[in-house]
Design a protein around this ligand. Structure first.
Ligand SMILES: C[S@@+](CC[C@H](N)C(=O)[O-])C[C@H]1O[C@@H](n2cnc3c(N)ncnc32)[C@H](O)[C@@H]1O
Length: 308
């Protein structure tokens, strides 16, 4: 039975936005979500907000997702088009891995062998997608990090009995993705897919709070300050076109009071500071509460919240 299963993110992903959803919900203009609308997420990652939108808004006409990470997008496309084939490969990986429990050396060997196979990028797309999910479920802290050669380099994690093949969720996600256009490339290309009643949610790689906290290498090219500025320019463009957007980012001012990078960059827009707990940090002591930025181009005379 899968009919009633609710699709949820199928990956662990640095910066997953589940905890920000209540704050995001409060910023949604009712005039958009009350009529047929298009949801666009240009930096989709694990899609925490995407799945929330897919599950909660009956007026959603379609969704468009995008990410620059080709391997991630291959995984979304595989789930959408070939869920059963994917499940059968994941099932094998899960059985093989679980059978090694109790023998750390063999488990380690298996993990690094699969990582090497993944990095050779020799498997066909469905096999690559299965390896992507396998590594995500068994690696250290669910991180996705690659080097300049696009080689995935996260070490093995210490999960005791990880679920590698979540059959029901993959089928539910596959079903939910039938409404979704899946794109791979730079965030700017999503503008071509916007109609009048569109809403964008941007969750770009965060500006690191310190040199060592930088877990934003999801892709082989860095998302530096110039990229943050290019994104703001894109947001300006959407605003001029009358398109609504929400953007989240790290609150660099919380760390250094004199750092006005985002306050200056988005001074024409509405900036809120919200509390969010980061769970991906190698040091558990640093997993405390931090504020994050939620920026919108909302107008003050609108109603906000979810109207369903
Ligand atoms: C902070 S993560 C998104 C997290 C996501 N919202 C979630 O809930 O898991 C940022 C994403 O931006 C992608 N990315 C980096 N540079 C990009 C670009 N120029 N255009 C589109 N996506 C990009 C990364 O591959 C990564 O998946």
């Amino acid at each position: 039975m899968i009919e009633n299963k609710i699709a949820k993110p199928f990956l662990k992903w640095a910066g997953g936005k589940t905890q920000l959803i209540p704050d995001i919900e409060k910023t949604l203009p009712v005039n958009i979500t009350q009529t047929k609308f298009t949801y666009i997420e240009p930096f989709v990652g694990s899609g925490a907000v995407l799945f929330w939108v897919l599950n909660n808004f009956p007026n959603l006409k379609k969704a468009v997702i995008n990410d620059i990470n080709e391997d991630l997008i291959n995984t979304y496309k595989t789930i959408a088009d070939k869920p059963k084939e994917l499940i059968s490969i994941l099932d094998i990986l899960q059985n093989e891995y679980h059978n090694l429990e109790g023998n750390e050396e063999k488990k380690k060997h298996y993990y690094y062998q699969k990582r090497e196979l993944y990095n050779s990028r020799k498997e066909e797309p469905c096999g690559q997608a299965a390896l992507f999910i396998f590594l995500n479920r068994t690696c250290f802290n669910g991180l996705y990090r690659v080097n300049r050669k696009n080689e995935y380099n996260v070490p093995m994690g210490s999960y005791k009995h990880p679920t590698i093949c979540d059959r029901e969720n993959i089928l539910a996600v596959s079903e939910a993705l039938q409404k979704v256009e899946i794109l791979c490339g730079d965030f700017e290309q999503t503008l071509d897919y916007a109609d009048k009643n569109a809403m964008f949610y941007f969750d770009p790689p965060y500006k690191p709070l310190s040199e060592t906290s930088s877990f934003n290498s999801y892709a082989k090219d860095e998302f530096n300050d110039n990229e943050q500025i290019r994104l703001r320019n894109f947001c300006n463009k959407l605003d001029l076109l009358g398109l609504y957007w929400i953007l989240s980012n790290s609150d660099v001012k919380g760390k250094d009071m004199n750092d006005n990078f985002f306050d200056d960059l988005y001074s024409d827009f509405n900036i809120q500071r919200v509390v969010a707990k980061r769970s991906i940090n190698a040091n558990p002591e640093k997993r405390g509460k931090l504020t994050e930025l939620l920026i919108t181009n909302q107008m003050n005379n609108q109603n906000y919240g979810r109207a369903i």
